[in-house]
Design a protein around this ligand. Structure first.
Ligand SMILES: Cc1cc2nc3c(=O)[nH]c(=O)nc-3n(C[C@H](O)[C@H](O)[C@H](O)COP(=O)(O)OP(=O)(O)OC[C@H]3O[C@@H](n4cnc5c(N)ncnc54)[C@H](O)[C@@H]3O)c2cc1C
Length: 419
């Protein structure tokens, strides 16, 4: 048995780690020289940045387990903070260190900047969702869910909508209410630690994919960087990969590429046609990250601060580097990068006071950051109609939107199907 894994993003490296831990030999092929896919390190102006600012939450149980498995200590690599949502001068919500569900009730009831009626409606909404098991009979858009439950505009604007748009990366008028509720169920409504924010102390290649590579190599596996697979073909003894210099055949293939890279890989595999049709129907949403490098330290009031303007959130990336994130489609995408950076700098000044302009800026738009998570979106399963050919990635069917946790869960699920 030898398993080929195509793609060394979080999903592919999760599958590889799980298989390596069971002593199954794997070869991972990665087109890029850097591991991590849509969560990877880049070097800009002498800084180690990421292709986009990412955060984790305490509910990412599978990613945290895998990090421990491969020797990447989450306590060292991630800063754990109790949920603390701050929109300076407008809203502040902090979860006290109380056992669940008191931490959430207390956070909602003591939130500053929201009227008593808004806070009470938010508590009632959570109670009613809990009673319903966080299940809807029919999925609806997020905005409709808010209207049905009488959520005040302020609580939508500063709490539910930022959570929804950052988790689902889909505009609120289109986002799946059911997937939003799944996220609430496993984060805010679960154990207190599940809603903790886990902020990275390193880049996203070093956080998991690189330690996973070492783990795989130490167990006899290979990770071939800079090796793009052009197509997968079926032979009498398994699968051969076009682009694999070894010419060897593999008993199993796990395609761990983004959905838009799958059609080319699988074009010689007619049994995958129905899967490819589903994948072709997925739409994608962008994420914009703007890094602003300042001539001297700039201190945000918190490591993560809500803005709700051109930038949705600002992050303290380093003492003199801020990262601004804007999720999903929006008018900001029509602006030239210099104008965008200037607007975001003005938003920074609105928070920290007048500050000299950044000495460098880097705007990165990941155009197909995630699939658009709408009601009823059809996502393919790990198992395909072709025996021993599996799919993993953040778009594969699961409770979760396209996130690191969805990616690694699907990787582990695929690995467990290999026998
Ligand atoms: C800017 C941005 C911000 C985000 N923020 C968050 C966040 O805060 N929290 C969160 O949980 N999630 C976030 N996400 C989502 C998260 O990054 C993705 O869900 C996750 O990284 C997807 O992993 P994956 O392994 O499924 O796919 P990918 O990361 O796309 O991995 C696929 C890999 O396959 C490789 N590949 C493709 N074709 C081939 C080929 N033919 N041969 C060999 N290799 C190939 C690619 O190079 C890539 O490395 C964000 C995404 C972006 C883009």
């Amino acid at each position: 048995m030898r398993v080929a894994i195509i793609g060394a993003g979080y999903a592919g490296m999760a599958a590889a780690s799980e298989l390596a831990s069971r002593g199954i030999p794997v070869t991972v092929f990665e087109a890029s020289r850097t591991l991590g896919g849509r969560a990877r390190r880049i070097e800009v102006h002498g800084h180690r940045l990421d292709n986009g600012q990412h955060i984790l939450v305490g509910a990412y149980a599978e990613l945290l387990r895998l990090m421990r498995l491969v020797g990447a200590d989450p306590d060292e690599l991630l800063e754990r903070r109790p949920l603390n949502l701050v929109f300076p001068g407008r809203m502040r919500l902090a979860a006290p260190r109380l056992p669940a569900p008191l931490h959430l009730a207390a956070a909602l009831l003591t939130a500053r900047g929201l009227s008593f009626g808004a806070r009470l409606a938010a508590v009632r909404f959570m109670q009613s969702m809990k009673k319903a098991g966080f299940r809807l009979d029919f999925d609806i858009p997020f905005d409709e869910l808010m209207a049905r439950h009488g959520q005040h505009a302020s609580v939508v604007r500063y709490l539910w909508q930022p959570l929804c748009v950052s988790a689902l990366n889909t505009p609120p008028a289109e986002a799946s209410a059911q997937v939003f509720l799944n996220v609430l169920r496993d984060s805010l409504a679960a154990a207190r630690e599940a809603s903790d924010l886990l902020l990275p102390r390193t880049d996203f290649s070093a956080l998991f994919p690189e330690p996973a590579e070492r783990f795989v190599q130490e167990r006899g596996g290979e990770v071939l960087r800079g090796t793009a697979i052009r197509a997968v073909g079926q032979t009498a003894d398994g699968f051969r990969l076009e682009g694999d210099a070894s010419g060897r055949s593999y008993s199993h293939v796990i395609a761990a590429v983004a959905p838009y890279h799958l059609p080319r890989l699988a074009e010689a595999l007619p049994r995958l046609l129905p899967v490819l049709e589903d994948v072709a129907r997925l739409d994608h949403e962008p994420i914009l990250t703007a890094y602003l490098g300042y001539p001297r330290p700039v201190r945000l009031p918190d490591r993560m601060v809500g803005i709700g303007g051109t930038a949705h959130f600002l992050f303290q990336y380093a003492e003199d580097v801020l990262a601004a994130v804007t999720s999903a489609r929006g008018p900001h995408l029509g602006l030239p990068h210099e104008a965008l950076a200037a607007r975001i700098h003005a938003e920074v000044c609105g928070i920290v006071g007048k500050t000299p302009a950044p000495v460098w800026t880097q705007v990165i738009v990941e155009k197909r950051a995630t699939f658009a998570c709408r009601p009823g979106v059809r996502r393919p399963a790990c198992e395909t109609p072709l025996a021993d050919f599996y799919l993993c990635g953040d778009y594969v069917a699961s409770d979760y939107p396209a996130t690191l946790e969805a990616a690694v869960r699907s990787g582990v699920a695929c690995a467990r199907l290999v026998s």
